[in-house]
Design a protein around this ligand. Structure first.
Ligand code: MG
Length: 371
């Protein structure tokens, strides 16, 4: 299965309302930035990372795919998984300028496309190629109702609808106001509306410092918070370790952690309890597997962050024994030949060969930007 073509792409897909915000980010579109890799057996693999649809930055990613990694890939055998990943990830001139960030997420898109090709060549969905499903059902938790930009009354309506109409039993709502007591008030209102049996996680998107996070946790502890995600700056292992040891609320993080080694450092420091790798931000499926196994060996749950909006992670989550649930944000699902689907609060298991990343012609026609 020799690689014969490498075509980068950029899609900017509108989110389902005019704009959404958390404590740190405001976006109107999700960037689907990646590559279509062709082979001499006629198969095409698709892989992508997820971005905030900032076109000039997206072009850095596609330039890296095309100009830096492309020549290293042409003519190679797409079946050579680990050898190809090592060749690209450890290429001296590329790792010199980035073992995280642009070069890393570009490699993520390539690695996902290669796994998509391998699964298609085997005529299997990715979860089956990896070894089969370890659970019959995969619970979905709904993040899309809980943005910080949603006013309190609409937040409550959305949470009730997600449970009563859509069948979710798990929610996540954003926090991270300068005054964390505003977040306490919103959480209490949601808890009162949905009752005691629904799990509610919260996500501060790196906003607070340690004293603010500690003040919040002291007040939130009696409220049954399922996890507190990214309370502080993404790289600050010491502060997360201190917080984790001073509160009974479990700490979740990982969406801004790029490497298996950094995940190990957080886990070794006991700074995280729910491990949240993102296949589009570590260097693809190859590195995701390392992170997930490493967490599982420490008996920590693995709950992916969906930079891919679930298309690849639904495969990884059905397969991996450390995973029992997956985030749900449905913004880009209709761009794919086999869109993610949640019924009664559970992900439907994908069945088509591949990694779930094949774009439809109409998505390409509607949302493409010039690379
Ligand atoms: Mg998050």
């Amino acid at each position: 299965m020799k690689i014969t073509s490498i075509e980068p792409f950029i899609l900017h897909v509108p989110v389902n309302v005019p704009s959404i915000s958390d404590s740190t980010h405001t976006i109107t579109h999700w960037g689907v930035v990646g590559v279509k890799i062709g082979t001499d057996n006629g198969l095409f693999g698709y892989g992508y990372t997820g971005t905030h649809a900032h076109l000039e930055t997206d072009r850095l990613v596609t330039a890296c795919i095309d100009k830096s990694y492309g020549p290293l890939l042409m003519g190679e055998d797409a079946q050579d998984g680990d050898r190809l990943w090592q060749k690209l990830a450890r290429y001296p001139a590329i790792q010199w300028v980035g073992r995280a960030g642009v070069t890393h997420i570009a490699l993520s898109a390539i690695d996902i496309a290669l796994w998509d090709l391998r699964a298609k060549a085997a005529n299997l969905p990715l979860w089956k190629l990896l070894g089969g499903a370890t659970s019959e059902k995969l619970e979905a938790y709904n993040t899309d109702i809980g943005w910080l930009s949603v006013p309190k009354d609409k937040l409550i309506d959305g949470c009730k609808r997600a449970i009563e109409v859509d069948g979710f039993q798990r929610l996540k709502i954003k926090v991270g106001h300068a005054n964390p007591m505003v977040d306490i008030e919103r959480f209490e209102a949601v808890r009162k509306a949905v009752g005691p049996n629904v799990t509610i996680a919260i996500d501060a998107n790196g906003k607070w410092d340690l004293p603010t996070a500690q003040r919040f946790c002291a007040r939130a502890e009696p409220l049954d918070v399922f996890w507190l995600e990214e309370p502080m700056w993404y790289d600050d292992i010491a502060s997360h370790a201190t917080l984790a040891q001073s509160t009974s609320i479990p700490i979740a993080l990982g969406e801004q952690v790029y490497t298996a080694e950094t995940f190990n450092s957080f886990m070794d420091a006991k700074a995280v309890q729910y491990v949240q790798p993102d296949v589009t931000r570590v260097a693809g499926i190859t590195e995701y597997i390392q992170v997930a196994h490493s967490a599982h060996a420490r008996r920590l749950p693995v709950v992916a962050h969906v930079g891919d909006m679930g298309q690849v992670h639904v495969h990884l989550s059905y397969w991996h024994p450390g995973t029992t649930m997956l985030e749900y944000i449905p913004w880009i699902k209709d761009c794919f030949v086999e869109p993610i689907k949640v019924e009664g609060g559970h992900y439907v298991r994908p069945e088509l060969p591949g990694a779930g990343t094949t774009l439809t012609e109409s998505a390409i026609a509607s949302f493409s930007q010039r690379c």
